[in-house]
Design a protein around this ligand. Structure first.
Ligand code: HEC
Ligand code: HEC
Length: 478
């Protein structure tokens, strides 16, 4: 009896509870980031993702502002008189974090051949060929393309050639909906034009990624590992067709494997590591966690390795000091999630019911309570509504990139958190979704779901028009 009671209490404590009774508005769901949620006055604006967590201490607002300055800093090539900002590249994808994560919103694919959008890039790799490759894969998640490295850098400092240019083309296919309507889905094809360092490996694997939105990441980092793992069902023992596996990745700081949480395949264990690898891989800035002033230059790219660097005494012998990393980390942890003033609107509640009943919430887990962390008081024990289990799911052939990353296979993706998704147009000026921005609206994003999400997608296709509209209105309210 005592044991039963104990189990019941444990069950009540799991994140499942919040999906169980979803008919009315649930306590706190209008504030998806708990006490960190930005308390907006007035209409949604392009600055909706630009606020610090509402509950940080007054003094911490200064640290947030310093972090934001690093996030927006435009790095310049070396040598330069502005030694605190030099070290760009030599190969790079953009000169600042903000160029891709514009207004902390999401990136987008290029819209025309001459579009200079940089917020979609190609990750590169090859399949392992030797035991040495296997150990590289264990630490880096992938085996880099032997010459071009792990990412196609489409820019280079003066005097050097960019690795190549990315061209995206699309093929359209029609999807019929049960109500007689239809939708067109576009499948992307990526081509690397003008490869400047010789032919690419014949077995090249590519994965296109757009920059994800930044709000609430610090809260996702504070969900306890046990809560996430309790949702995993790798062998689908409950027989609902949905498994969910954790990614296990290399943790640079702790020099061990850890649960992956960040990136479209959950390839990074922490914001500190994600930020450092972005500095290094996207901008070419060496730093305390990932030193090396040459960014993603490979041993074959000798002129790249010999180019002047931005290491300076003032930055601890690096291009970006530990202090810069600390500010950046504070910033990326404390970007506020937006409120949901219309969470109790009957139309939206109807959409929410459809979301739950269709099985969307089996992966897009609505609710968690973050762990107690005295070091991060603002993010501690918050009741949050991110709509993700942070686990990997097989999403079918349509979305597959056939490029494994750590434990994630070529068909698996991390459930994308949905909070803030309704603000995309206001913040980013577009409505492109999914890891490579192929979906041009929320309808298309859902229709692309396959694999473990096929049954949920089919229920969505089968809905009468007004129900599908209600479900999409619910997504727009997030
Ligand atoms: C060239 C574009 C680009 C630049 C520059 C860039 N990012 Fe990103 N960022 C991305 C992409 C694309 C992803 C997704 C990566 C993946 O799936 O592996 C990402 C992912 C992230 C994530 C994880 C988000 C999530 O939801 O999991 C964080 C945090 C982040 N970037 C921070 C930064 C910081 C800090 C900088 C500057 C030092 C930066 N980024 C620079 C494109 C960029
Ligand atoms: C099996 C798990 C699973 C189920 C079930 C599921 N999703 Fe998803 N969802 C994902 C994953 C994984 C992604 C990211 C896929 C990608 O980017 O390629 C995603 C992405 C999305 C996106 C785009 C998010 C973004 O940031 O671009 C939306 C919107 C979405 N899902 C809504 C839904 C709705 C509505 C349903 C129910 C009809 C649903 N999902 C069911 C796993 C799931």
């Amino acid at each position: 009896m005592i044991r039963c009671l104990f189990t019941a209490v444990l069950l009540l404590g799991t994140p499942l509870l919040a999906t169980a009774s979803a008919d009315g508005p649930q306590p706190g769901e209008a504030y998806p980031g708990g006490a960190t949620t930005h308390t907006r006055v007035g209409p949604v604006s392009a600055d909706a993702f630009s606020h610090s967590a509402a509950n940080i201490a007054f003094d911490d607002k200064m640290t947030f502002a310093l972090g934001r300055a690093i996030f927006r800093k435009l790095w310049v090539s070396s040598p330069s008189s502005t030694t605190a900002s030099d070290g760009l590249g030599p190969l790079y994808n953009a000169r600042s974090c903000e160029r891709c994560h514009l207004k902390n919103g999401r990136g987008r694919p290029p819209e025309t051949p001459n579009d200079n959008s940089v917020s979609l890039f190609l990750r590169l790799s090859i399949a392992p060929r030797s035991t040495a490759d296997l150990s590289t894969q264990q630490q880096r998640g992938v085996v880099p393309e032997p010459v071009y490295g792990t990412q196609l850098q489409t820019f280079a400092v003066p005097g050097m050639e960019a690795e190549g240019q990315l061209q995206v083309s699309y093929e359209e296919q029609r999807v019929a909906l049960a109500d007689g309507g239809d939708a067109w889905l576009r499948s992307p094809r990526y081509q690397i034009l003008q490869p400047a360092y010789g032919p690419l490996h014949p077995d090249l694997q590519v994965s296109a990624r757009i920059a994800p939105p930044m709000p609430g990441l610090g809260l996702l980092e504070q969900i306890s590992e046990a809560d996430i793992l309790s949702l995993a069902d790798p062998k689908d023992l409950d027989g609902d067709g949905i498994s969910g596996r954790p990614n296990r990745v290399w943790d640079q700081a702790r020099q061990t494997t850890a649960l992956g949480r960040f990136g479209w395949k959950a390839g990074s264990p922490s914001l500190a590591q994600q930020n450092s690898s972005a500095l290094q891989g996207d901008i070419g800035i060496g730093n305390a966690m990932i030193p090396g002033a040459s960014g993603d230059c490979s041993p074959q790219q000798t002129t790249c390795l010999q180019a002047p660097n931005g290491n300076t005494e003032a930055q601890g012998g690096l291009e970006a000091s530990q202090q810069m990393l600390d500010w950046l980390l504070f910033y990326s942890r404390h970007i506020a999630v937006t409120p949901r003033p219309n969470a109790a609107d009957p139309e939206i509640l109807a959409g929410k019911r459809l979301f739950n009943d269709s099985g969307c919430a089996r992966c897009h887990r609505p609710h968690f309570v973050t762990a107690d962390n005295p070091g991060l008081p603002a993010l501690s024990q918050q009741s949050i509504w991110p709509y993700s289990d942070l686990l990997l799911h097989d999403m079918g052939e349509g979305l597959a990139d056939h490029r494994p990353e750590f434990a994630a296979n070529g068909r698996e993706w991390r459930t994308a958190p949905l909070w803030g998704i309704g603000q995309t147009r206001a913040v980013s000026g577009h409505n492109y979704f999914l890891h490579d921005g192929r979906a041009r609206n929320l309808l298309e994003a859902v229709l692309w779901h396959g694999g473990e999400a096929s049954a949920a997608r089919d229920r969505f296709i089968a809905m009468p028009t007004d129900q599908r509209t209600q479900l999409i209105r619910f997504l727009e309210s997030l």
